[in-house]
Structure formats: structure tokens, C-alpha cells
Design a protein around this ligand. Structure first.
Ligand code: NI
Length: 168
């Protein structure tokens, strides 16, 4: 396994729409392993392939406190969403140190393939539901800051570009 480079907002590649995975093969297994390693290393609860510049519909998530319950979602789709919404602070490995509130469905039912290519379906609420929606947005080329006002987004963009210059 290898740690992957995580794209930072406002990198335009984060706005790429991912394509469905055609076959859950050795290449996808390698990608999933690398994404899990990268997510754990960065102390994140979720990572979408888009963030590591691979534009296929693959997500890894671990919302457990013990960090020992990895979930792999390949070609995920929401088959049901609650009318009830929830508003919680979100962060993103592609937008480090920025946290803000985003409206999300409080409950969702997700269908996807697992890392072996078998179909799975589960209901999620709380942090897991938020995380699934956040990561699925990435696959559509959407970063959570795009839910915020233009003013906030411009400030975040400026901050991120300044940090990138400092890190370079
Ligand atoms: Ni994110």
C-alpha cells in the first residue's frame, strides 16, 4: 500500500465528475488499500477517489471511534433520503482546518458494491449519513465549501492559496 497525495481546494481537478467503476479488480483493490491508508494517515473519517485524482466512483469511510471499521463504497447511490435535514460542522481533507455547517439529509439508505464487488445496502444516520453525502458530493465534483456563501468561499480560497504558497 502507499500513501496518496490528497488534492487541496481550490484545485480544479476536485471538480471532475467520477465515472462508475467497471470491474472491481486488482487495480481497484490497490486503490482502495491506498485510499484507506491515506485516510487513516490524515486522520480523516472519509475519502473519495476524486480527492486523490482518480476519477472513478470509489469512497472509503470510517466513522468509528476506534478507527477499526472501514467501509468501502464502490458505485454508491442513495436509494432513499429522509425529509428531515440535519446541520453539522463538516471538514474535509482537501480543505484543511476549515469547518462549517452544511445541510444534509438526517438519514439515507445507500446501495453500492463492497470491496469484493458484492452488492451491499445499508441505512445510515448521524455522522455516517453526513459522511456518505459529503463523499458522494466529491464524486460529483462538489466540495462542501460550495454550500457556503460566495463571501465565505472566497475567504477560504484565499486562505488555501496562501497556505499552498507557504508550504511550497
Ligand atoms: Ni471531503
Amino acid at each position: 500500500m502507499a500513501k496518496l497525495n490528497i488534492l487541496r481546494y481550490p484545485d480544479p481537478r476536485l471538480h471532475t465528475v467520477a465515472k462508475p467503476v467497471q470491474a472491481v479488480d486488482a487495480r481497484i483493490h490497490q486503490l482502495v488499500g491506498d485510499m484507506l491508508e491515506s485516510m487513516y494517515d490524515a486522520d480523516g473519517v472519509g475519502l473519495a477517489a476524486t480527492q486523490v485524482d482518480v476519477h472513478e466512483r470509489v469512497i472509503v469511510i470510517d466513522t468509528s471511534d476506534a478507527r477499526d471499521d472501514p467501509r468501502v463504497l464502490i458505485n454508491p447511490e442513495l436509494v432513499a433520503t429522509s425529509e428531515e435535514m440535519t446541520l453539522a460542522d463538516e471538514g474535509c481533507l482537501s480543505v484543511p482546518l476549515i469547518y462549517d455547517k452544511v445541510p444534509r439529509h438526517a438519514k439515507v439508505t445507500v446501495r453500492s458494491l463492497d470491496r469484493e464487488g458484492k452488492q451491499q445496502e445499508f441505512e445510515a444516520e448521524g455522522l455516517l449519513a453526513i459522511c456518505v453525502q459529503h463523499e458522494m458530493d466529491h464524486l460529483m465534483g462538489k466540495v462542501f465549501v460550495e454550500y457556503l456563501s460566495q463571501l465565505k468561499r472566497d475567504r477560504i480560497k484565499t486562505k488555501m492559496l496562501k497556505k499552498a504558497r507557504e508550504d511550497a
